[in-house]
Design a protein around this ligand. Structure first.
Ligand SMILES: *Cc1c(COP(=O)(O)O)cnc(C)c1O
Length: 373
């Protein structure tokens, strides 16, 4: 065997041993939160399609029209040939939605975070992250070459302590957090963080991947990034900010400059989805309402967003619970380290406007029976 394959197999064996190996499972998604696996129809509580817009007829039609008229791909980097006018229209609409002067669409949320922090901070600067920040915020922070430090999750006192200790020794300072945390579903204390940031001349970047359209009220940060792939049901990422910041990123974010522009179909779908999101408050309110119904039934802390963690502990146990639920017709993903800290493996239950209350109640009952709640 090649040493390369021996290396890979050794790593895989260790992952298997720790119940941390990940596998792809062919799954077809359908409307109404349906998923089909191995010929069985399941109700999915695993998707981030919080508003059910990935299957909305108007969103699908917009994507189809755009592909038919403009082609399947964008043809190049947006700075070369790939800047379809649909992207400009989408950016204008995103900026308006966030109350910002401008926006920039990236290939994905991950790519947005890979590009934003390194364009704004470097050696001699300080990047402070909430310790539970998403992997792509860490990746952007590390890539920047700035000093990277953390503060305790949602702990403004700890953030103040780190700023007091470290801010003065650095030139620029960025604070990175999430409006709604992806694996815990809780919300950052944005008002307090922004107040501290202002006092310390630090710039706040908030990742709104799980807030947009579902749990996004509250003060805006100077840098508001997010994804087109969750509540908007499409694909792509974005940053909303002031005009000079967006113009700088257009020239300097490497994950924007050196990559192909978003396909016209993805841009058209996101644009249509944003129009629906803004026009339908009842749709926006539904995921949180369903999540609260679920947490009330199970006696869990009241949901703050469409994401509810059911803590299990060990990876093996979380996987087993997920498998049992799948046998009962529910797709609920088990989240394991390193996505979450060791010992905090969990079910991550994601609610969507596409669910009905009977589905939510049935899931709650099943989890209650399985966990003895
Ligand atoms: C999903 C997610 C991203 C990445 O967005 P993609 O468009 O899927 O690449 C970034 N940040 C957070 C918090 C996320 O949950």
């Amino acid at each position: 065997m090649l040493s390369l394959d021996t290396f890979a197999q050794g790593k895989l064996d260790a992952l298997d041993e720790a119940a941390l190996r990940r596998r792809l499972v062919p799954t077809e998604r359908g409307p109404e939160a349906a998923a089909e696996r191995g010929g069985r129809r399941l109700v999915s509580f695993s998707c981030n399609d919080y508003l059910g817009l990935s299957h909305h007829p108007r969103v699908i039609a917009a994507a189809q029209d755009a592909a038919a008229r403009y082609g399947a791909g964008s043809g190049g980097s947006r700075l070369v040939t790939g800047n379809h006018p649909l992207l400009g229209a989408l950016e204008e609409r995103l900026a308006r939605h966030k109350g910002k002067a401008a926006a920039l669409v990236f290939g994905s949320g991950y790519m947005a975070n890979l590009g934003i922090t390194p364009a704004l901070a470097g050696r001699g600067d300080l990047v402070l992250l909430d310790e539970l920040s998403h992997a792509c915020m860490w990746a952007g922070a590390r890539l920047s070459g700035a000093r990277v430090a953390t503060f305790r999750h949602n702990d403004v006192g700890d953030l103040a302590r780190v700023l007091d200790a470290e801010r003065a020794a650095h030139s620029r300072c960025l604070i990175l957090t999430e409006r709604v945390f992806s694996m815990d579903g809780d919300r950052a204390p944005m008002g307090d963080i922004l107040g501290l940031a202002e006092r310390h001349d630090a710039w706040t970047l908030v990742d709104d991947a799980h807030g947009l359209g579902v749990a996004e009220e509250g003060p805006r940060a100077p840098l508001e990034m997010g994804t087109l792939s969750k509540s908007l049901g499409s694909y792509g990422g974005y940053l909303c900010a002031s005009r000079p910041v967006i113009d700088l990123l257009t020239s300097r974010a490497r994950s924007f400059v050196y990559t192909t522009g978003l396909p016209p179909a993805s841009a058209a779908a996101a644009l249509e989805a944003l129009a629906i999101l803004e026009a339908e408050p009842a749709r926006r309110a539904r995921p949180l309402m369903l999540a609260r119904r679920f947490t009330a039934r199970l006696g869990l802390p009241e949901a703050e967003s469409a994401v509810v963690p059911v803590l299990v502990g060990e990876a093996e146990a979380a996987l087993a619970l997920s498998r049992t639920l799948e046998e009962a017709g529910f797709l609920v993903v088990a989240i394991r380290p390193p996505t979450v800290p060791p010992g905090t493996a969990r079910l991550r239950v994601a609610f969507s406007a596409a669910h009905d209350t009977a589905q939510v109640d049935a899931l709650a009952e099943r989890i209650a029976a399985l966990t003895g709640r």
